[in-house]
Design a binder for this molecule. Sequence first.
Ligand SMILES: [Zn+2]
Ligand SMILES: [Zn+2]
Length: 337
Amino acid sequence: MRAIVCESPGNLKVFEKEKPSPAPGEALLKIKHVGICGTDLHAYAGNQAFFTYPRILGHELSAEVVDINGTADHLKVGDRVIIIPYIHCGSCRACVVGKTNCCTSLKVFGVHIDGGMQEFVTYPSDLLIAAPDLSPSAMAIIEPLCIGWHAVKRAGLHPGDVVVVSGCGPIGQGIIWSAKSYGARVIACDLNEFRLEQAVKHFGADHSLLVGPDVQDQLSQITKGKMADVAFDATGIKPAMEKGIDYVGAGGQYILVGLYNGELSFHHPSLHAREISLLCSRNATRQDFEEVINAIDNHGFPLENYVTHKANFVEFSEKIQEWSDPKNQVIKAMLDL
Ligand SMILES: [Zn+2]
Ligand SMILES: [Zn+2]
């Protein structure tokens, strides 16, 4: 069978390897689609924190069950499944309180261990969710949507809340879509006009703000001086993350979803005076996966506007360079196997 390995930054190689066989408690899966994440692009570019090479990438996955070793009541051979890529320990403090998304020994499939850019993988059966009503491509974007869904749940939004989403890539668009399902009024912020346009046209944003020197004034005008109840950062870029706290109104929340590999600094009196709640949001839980699947069933999702680019195994190494260019019009790219 074939696999694609990222041997070192900028260097992807298709190679042949032996088909694996499932250990007890595992299923053998045929991978169908792999969503390409910022993590994959950063790993390819060589600027992903705590990353080691060689690595088979791919954690946004849809697959078909080919074989099951042991009993798995929720699965049968032939089922189409979504992979929850967060392999957690079940016994650390985070796991015990139900926050498996930030398990202290978390291994993310395709990040910390080899992932899904290969024809077949073996995977723990209890981290698979059958979703017979979703298309295989939709199944591969559940994971990135769950990141936004989880962050929006952290906020505890109420209908009519004013939300600012800074960064309208695949995670930001997912935050916008999730916040809209809570009845929030959403203001999308980005430097990229295409992404802003998509946010308003397809993902439900009520306003868009092109980031520039007067962004704070514009936001103040839109919100009649109140600013946001909740601001989300989905940029992972230091200056944007440090600026985003200025979008929050008194008593509001600032939620960091993007990850910056370094230190951030904030002016404490300005946070303190407004009693800002500063939260981080990492990964997602099984419950988020189940809720996102239901939300898509209930409200639909503009899949064709989210997955903007596709490639197969052969095209992939060329396409990934193109997709990494920040000026291009990619929301989510996908590898089809
Ligand atoms: Zn991802
Ligand atoms: Zn744990």
